[in-house]
Write a new protein. Structure first.
Length: 266
């Protein structure tokens, strides 16, 4: 299949400026939530615990906050793929509509992951107070998630998904087709590959909490480097070792990382 490629979009292009503006806006809104204490109300503990606005409104706020976090953390690492889609779609009618459908498919995948993670966390909340091992070891889950994320850094699935994300042109040559339906399917596929390489790292946000801006920034940086930089492959194993070691320390000494324990005990 041949694609008619127009000149590669430069950073000054309005569409790319809009995407980067969305990323910056997502970070600023997240920072505002943290500064005002709103991150707890829209986080998983607020959804499963206090629910000050009722189930429906609280879940809606949670989904909205997760979209913010996805935009802030995942869009920078997906910028090469989005630039490639914009480069191809501009040769067809309604290119921005096609791009919007493509991105909708991408965000649907990450919203599904958030719902699954929230369901898992609901199970942990249900066990808390009923199972002594869970009640007496509030740091165990946070440590276990960090160990899981570190172990996944060594998996062949992660490496396969990363290889796909690192080569957007090959991804398009294999799966691109014109039309809104094809844009939706391509967005879903791109989202699934991103999920395949980053789900374990993103899961740590449930252990540490959305309020940790330092951890959000660190994770976003790791994912950008892994998916975009030439030396990203070489960082996977050291990052995995560091996460496993961190998880073990959290389990052995709950006071060693106050931010993690504070998030799990809310």
């Amino acid at each position: 299949m041949q694609l008619a490629l127009s000149p590669l979009p430069c950073p000054g292009r309005p569409d790319l400026m809009l995407i980067w503006g969305s990323v910056i806006g997502a970070w600023l809104m997240t920072l505002a939530l943290v500064a005002t204490g709103g991150d707890y109300l829209v986080g998983h503990d607020g959804v499963l615990g206090d629910r000050p606005f009722g189930w429906g409104a609280t879940l809606l706020l949670f989904v909205a906050s997760w979209q913010l976090m996805t935009a802030a953390m995942m869009l920078p690492s997906s910028m090469p793929m989005m630039a490639m889609y914009l480069r191809v779609a501009r040769n067809h009618a309604n290119p921005r509509l096609l791009f919007g459908v493509f991105m909708l498919g991408y965000f649907v995948v990450w919203t599904g992951f958030a719902a699954a993670a929230l369901g898992m966390d609901a199970g942990v909340h249900w066990l808390d107070g009923r199972v002594p091992a869970v009640t007496e070891n509030p740091s165990f889950l946070a440590g276990a998630i960090l160990i899981l994320a570190g172990t996944f850094q060594f998996s062949s699935l992660k490496e396969h998904c990363l290889d796909t994300c690192r080569d957007p042109l090959a991804f398009f040559l294999k799966g691109y087709a014109p039309g809104a339906g094809a844009a939706w399917n391509l967005g879903l596929r791109h989202g699934l590959f991103c999920l395949g390489c980053c789900w374990a790292l993103m899961l740590t946000m449930f252990a540490i909490g959305m309020g940790s801006m330092v951890w959000m920034t660190a994770l976003a940086g790791v994912m950008v480097i892994e998916k975009s930089a030439g030396y990203g492959k070489r960082l996977a194993h050291p990052i995995g070792i560091a996460l496993v070691a961190w998880g073990v320390l959290v389990i052995l000494d709950p006071g060693w990382i106050p931010d993690v324990i504070g998030a799990t005990q809310r």
